[in-house]
Design a protein around this ligand. Structure first.
Ligand SMILES: *Cc1c(COP(=O)(O)O)cnc(C)c1O
Length: 452
């Protein structure tokens, strides 16, 4: 189904209408109850109608893209703080939420094992990575930035923006950065920074941060870890049955780390985070503001951030969530563990299936199944058929285009007859997914059996 044809169910739209009417009543903290004018109510009704064209992200049968509904506490904290609408650019704009941001970021830095840190929230992982790469370029001007071919495309794009040369390093058969290829490149010199990805966006693969850190030390190169997707899985690192602890344990050796609270941190969109191990990089942000920074000698977050205005509500939502669900194995980690267990169960069932297989055993919670077939072009055709048949049963999957030669490295029986192969991609990242894991596999098997 094309995205523009997607419709939420009518009762959900009705509920949206009711909620918006309720919400506007509470929108003004100073004047008491807001009585919406007819034109305002009509506008909100039109909004609910327009929002009908949304995928049901909160439904257990949505396993498509990286989309996870925020925690109710985050939602409530965000809405509560929006009654004040503070701005975390300067302490003039939001002293309370600036303090909340510093506390929440300190908890993130502690989770990664940084003894000291400098860091802040951003409006996205993209911006957080941009800042880390910009600092890297300031410290190694003119030197090359390396990231794996499976890394997020933002790295090559951001390097173009900051004027840093960027090169890709090959991925291995598991979709992780290939350390042999990395050392081959490092030996040739002129590299300033290596980006390791902790949870690739496509398949959730964990680059071997520990091995990469060894190479970075050996060659005097900076290490940036893009944990936008998988950074919070650090909370599972004490449990080798769930994740490979080695890449996570090496995080204190990284010069900078990015994580996206709006992915696995249960936050509404608009919440990324960057932390640096060496607080003195703050000097590189040095600037003065003729408009703000008057009210305190304390650090204003705008002094260590490229962005100026940012929602104080994001910081408040994240801080409040961490109060309720701390960054521990039994706090935020509990949900991640359940989703990881569900992923492993789904993977085992798919591997045992006669009609389906998985591209690789996932490192985190993104499973990439594909229908068994003789050739890569046939896999692509059948994947599309499974995608459509699953949609008929109300399941939303995603697709992923991979290099056929790469896929065949793990599946040597496949005859490569196409440059790329389309496979399926499922993000098993919601609490509900643990309950529907078996039903999900059954749906895929039915879909694959009927797709010929
Ligand atoms: C999502 C993601 C990004 C981009 O972050 P946004 O928050 O979408 O801007 C960068 N790197 C990785 C590994 C990601 O998963």
């Amino acid at each position: 189904m094309r995205a523009q044809d997607v419709r939420l169910e009518p009762q959900l739209i009705e509920r949206l209408r009711e909620r918006s009417t309720e919400l506007i009543r509470h929108a003004d903290l100073w004047t008491g109850e807001v009585v919406a004018a007819p034109a305002e109510r009509a506008a909100l009704e039109r909004l609910a109608d327009r929002l009908a064209n949304t995928y049901p992200y909160g439904d257990a049968r949505y396993v498509g893209q990286i989309l996870k509904p925020p925690h109710p506490v985050a939602w409530a904290a965000y809405a509560t703080t929006m009654l004040l609408n503070p701005n975390n650019h300067a302490l003039d704009g939001g002293p309370a939420t600036a303090a909340l941001e510093k506390e929440a970021v300190a908890q993130v830095a502690e989770m990664f094992g940084y003894p000291a840190h400098l860091g802040h929230l951003t409006s996205s992982g993209t911006l957080a990575n941009l800042e880390a790469l910009w600092i890297a370029r300031e410290l190694h001007p003119g030197k090359v930035v390396l990231s794996s071919e499976a890394a997020h495309y933002t790295h090559s794009r951001m390097c173009a923006i900051i004027g840093a040369p960027h090169e890709k390093v090959a991925q291995d058969a598991f979709g992780r950065l290939d350390v042999v290829a990395l050392e081959d490149r490092l030996v040739r010199g002129d590299v300033g920074t290596v980006v390791a990805t902790l949870g690739t966006t496509g398949m959730g693969a964990l680059d071997p941060v520990h091995l990469i850190a060894d190479l970075c030390e050996k060659y005097g190169v900076r290490l940036h870890v893009d944990g936008a997707y998988g950074g919070f899985h650090t909370l599972l690192a004490a449990d080798p049955a769930l994740v490979d602890p080695a890449p996570f344990r090496a995080l204190p050796r990284a010069d900078s780390i990015v994580v996206d609270p709006h992915k696995h941190g249960l936050q509404p969109y608009g919440c990324g985070c960057v932390v640096f191990r060496d607080p003195s990089v703050g000097q590189l942000y040095s600037h003065d503001s003729p408009y703000t920074y008057f009210t305190s000698d304390d650090l204003h977050l705008g002094e260590i951030s490229i962005e100026c205005s940012r929602a104080g509500a994001s910081a408040a939502a994240f801080w409040t969530t961490l109060q309720a669900l701390p960054l521990t194995r039994s706090g935020l980690g509990a949900g991640l563990a359940e989703q990881r267990e569900a992923t492993l169960r789904i993977t085992a069932s798919l591997r045992a299936s006669t009609v389906l297989d998985v591209a690789v055993t996932p490192d985190l919670d993104i499973v990439c199944p594909f229908p068994r077939a003789a050739t890569t072009s046939e896999v692509s055709r059948l994947s599309q058929a499974v995608f459509d048949a699953a949609a008929q049963e109300g399941w939303h999957l995603a697709e992923l285009r991979v290099s056929s030669r790469w896929l065949a490295r793990q599946h040597p029986d496949l005859t490569v007859d196409s440059e790329d192969t389309v496979i399926l991609r499922c993000c098993v990242m919601k609490p509900e997914h643990a309950q529907v894991a078996d039903a999900f596999v059954a749906t895929l098997e039915r879909a694959a059996s009927s797709a010929v």
